[in-house]
Write a protein that binds this ligand. Structure first.
Ligand SMILES: [Fe+2]
Length: 240
């Protein structure tokens, strides 16, 4: 059986088991009065330690990449107005030795993300399959999108300033859009778009199916971020 088939079979087994044997015990059957939280969308946030000491080298890395990536520049001119992204040309940046420390940080966070979601981390582990950069000059933004072919996605903020645009996550519960009651839409309990500011050195990690986007940058200064994807893959079997 191939690795991919093994994963598909394993997921099918666990889904069938979950559907046929819905849990009848805690954590969600405890007696409760008031609101109960179900089906939460979990956004993981973490900070790169002592980031300001690292910032200059990461900014230089991204500028050098852009300046040398003529294919990426050409595609960005057509697909990414006023900005540069290596999404179409270089998504394998995780292989570069100069980004090894950053990638180690991403792995640590992905492990936490999987563990805190109570995924099967005995048999599966997150493996990075894409890391690319985005430089948003003035009037450049990201249209709303999601990240196919992965389980965990995220973004790391290399450079931003007060006034740099926030990432905006869209409520994935489509049924809510049918007939929303009047409400204070700025609260986490009832907003349709949740915005998080792009502070330098901050990482956000989210399920890959969660739609998000960034409005155009209105500042003269660049907003630089690096995006990534992880896939949960079967752990290699140890030789015995
Ligand atoms: Fe994204």
């Amino acid at each position: 059986m191939t690795t991919q088939n093994f994963e598909v079979e394993s997921i099918k087994r666990s889904l069938t088991s979950a559907m046929n044997n819905p849990p009848s015990s805690p954590p969600n059957n405890q007696k409760k009065e008031g609101l109960r939280v179900l089906f939460p969308t979990l956004i993981y946030e973490a900070w790169y330690q002592n980031y300001q000491a690292k910032k200059e080298s990461l900014v230089s890395f991204n500028h050098k990449l852009r300046d040398e990536d003529t294919e990426g520049q050409r595609i960005s001119a057509a697909q990414y107005p006023n900005g540069y992204t290596s999404y179409y040309s270089r998504t394998d940046l995780y292989k570069l030795p100069e980004l090894a420390e950053l990638v180690a940080f991403l792995y640590k966070c992905a492990d936490n993300f999987a563990h805190q979601h109570h995924w099967d981390t005995q048999n599966f582990e997150p493996v990075i399959n894409a890391l690319f950069t985005n430089i948003n000059s003035k009037f450049s933004g990201h249209a709303e999108h999601l990240h196919p072919y992965s389980h965990i996605s995220g973004v790391f903020y290399v450079k931003s300033e007060v006034g740099s645009p926030a990432i905006s996550f869209k409520d994935p519960r489509m049924g809510r859009w049918m007939m929303p009651p009047a409400a204070d839409g700025n609260r986490a309990e009832n907003t349709f778009h949740a915005n998080i500011l792009p502070d330098e050195g901050k990482l956000l990690m989210f399920p890959s199916w969660l739609e998000h986007g960034v409005p155009p940058n209105q500042l003269d200064s660049e907003r630089i971020s690096m995006s990534f994807n992880f896939e949960m893959q079967p752990k290699p079997k140890s030789e015995s």
